[in-house]
Design a protein around this ligand. Structure first.
Ligand code: IPE
Ligand code: IPE
Ligand code: MG
Length: 236
């Protein structure tokens, strides 16, 4: 359990995670990349459980980017198979634990079966009041901003009415707070098109730990680092 944080420093309200390194984890062990993704989903299970225990309000997990379609067909279909299994296996448990499931991303390219499954999970858990768990799936930050702009135009919103607040209400994350803490595993120091708008004032935490190895202690370290940051939001 997380113990090292000074009493005065609040926990982040919204944690976003770029779950990276499944492939390298597998390669290091002489396993297939898909076995790495399988291990990665196990980590999702345990990290989500811990986030709930910590009473974090929002967690957004990058599960599949709009650019991940560039991977070999077999890897992509394997990831989607694992994702389907994850939703089948975990939804009831998440519901029992008062988790509200959402998904962020574009519908294009996703199968009707997966969309139906996700929509069922979202509506089943819609009334829950614990952790809001957002799965970013077929998600891109630039695509999200483009989608918002298209909807603003479709709604014939007058330019003088558009400000940051209104624009935000057209994003996938309309009613959610911005990202407080953004974690990326596997030693990559980039944002890879994740939550571009929402991370405007996020604190970044990078770790060399590969996602399948990421555990409670690693999350504690991230939270501890966060608690030591001095967030200024442009002020003093
Ligand atoms: C992250 O792990 C999972 C997805 C992008 C779906 P990677 O598959 O990117 O792992 P590395 O970066 O190749 O090690
Ligand atoms: C970002 O990881 C996407 C997910 C974790 C789902 P990538 O492994 O796809 O990112 P790049 O290609 O290294 O930037
Ligand atoms: Mg990667």
């Amino acid at each position: 359990m997380y113990v090292n944080m000074p009493e005065t420093s609040p926990l982040p309200r919204h944690i976003a995670i770029i779950m990276d390194g499944n492939g390298r984890w597998a390669t290091q062990r002489g396993l297939t990349r898909l076995e790495g993704h399988h291990a990665g989903f196990k980590t999702v299970h345990s990290v989500v459980k811990y986030l709930g225990e910590l009473k974090i309000d929002y967690a957004t997990l990058y599960a599949f980017s709009a650019e991940n379609w560039n991977r070999p067909k077999e890897e992509v279909s394997g990831i989607f198979r694992l994702l389907n299994q994850f939703i089948d296996k975990e939804t009831a448990d998440l519901h029992k634990n008062n988790v509200r499931i959402r998904w962020l991303g574009r519908e294009e390219h996703l199968s009707a079966a997966l969309l139906a499954k996700m929509n069922r999970a979202v509506s089943l858990t819609g009334g829950n009041t614990g952790l809001t768990l957002c799965l970013a799936l077929n998600y891109g930050g630039q695509q999200e901003i483009v989608d918002a702009a298209k909807r603003l135009v479709a709604d014939k919103i007058a330019p003088e009415l558009i400000d940051e607040r209104l624009f935000q209400s057209y994003l996938y994350t309309a009613d959610m707070p911005g990202v407080d803490l953004l974690i990326r595993t596997a030693n990559e120091l980039r944002i890879s098109n994740f939550l571009l708008w929402q991370s405007a004032y996020a604190e970044f935490y990078f770790t060399p730990v590969l996602w399948p190895d990421f555990n409670r202690e690693d999350l504690d370290h991230a939270l501890e680092a966060y608690s030591r940051r001095n967030r200024r939001f442009g002020g003093l």
